[in-house]
Design a protein around this ligand. Sequence first.
Ligand SMILES: Cc1cc2nc3c(=O)[nH]c(=O)nc-3n(C[C@H](O)[C@H](O)[C@H](O)COP(=O)(O)O)c2cc1C
Length: 198
Amino acid sequence: MMIDFNTLDDRHAHDLLTSAIIPRPIAWVTTVNLKGEHNLAPFSFFTGITWRPPAIAVSIVNRGDGSEKDSLRNIRETREFVVNSVSVEHGKRMTGTAEALPPGTDEAYRGGIETIPSSRTRPRRVKDARIAFECGVRDIVTVGEGPSAGNLVIGSVLVMHVDREILIDGREISWLGLDSLGRLSGNRFCAVRSVIEI
Ligand SMILES: Cc1cc2nc3c(=O)[nH]c(=O)nc-3n(C[C@H](O)[C@H](O)[C@H](O)COP(=O)(O)O)c2cc1C
């Protein structure tokens, strides 16, 4: 069956794309604005780009009313963000931070999620995230306009924080140790519980 995206309404296109591109790791993004108000929100349109220069990307889509999400606004202001990893144990707390709250409300504080200062950037980082990437903004590419337009935030990775216990020989992350939570679609997630060696 062939599906022509020109014939689909927004929700239908969303449902097809987000259930086809799976599983997705989740970037739990901490940001801060110039007033010093902190923000935490999850984004699963998240990937790596290259390692030289080390760069990662997160897509923050506009809200249904066409406005930009707080994370994106903060990133535009300070040109910095931190991507914190999400392990299975963080699932419930992570989804709690996806609530649309008034700007200036710190989802981490509200959700009892402890954050600590970062080393090179102003946004704080999630204390018990097993990995955190401190990033400077390299570029923001906007795709479309108005509601659901994508804003691909491309970050240069300045430093990476890793829980010592999941680092193998200083150069590889243990997939079992990271216990990454994968986004399927809607409110369904998956875990890495087996490896297929090919
Ligand atoms: C698991 C999960 C993944 C999400 N992925 C994305 C995403 O890739 N892009 C996006 O714009 N919103 C995504 N969202 C929704 C945002 O987290 C949500 O709009 C949040 O309120 C944005 O917060 P902010 O306004 O504080 O930036 C996701 C939500 C959840 C629970």
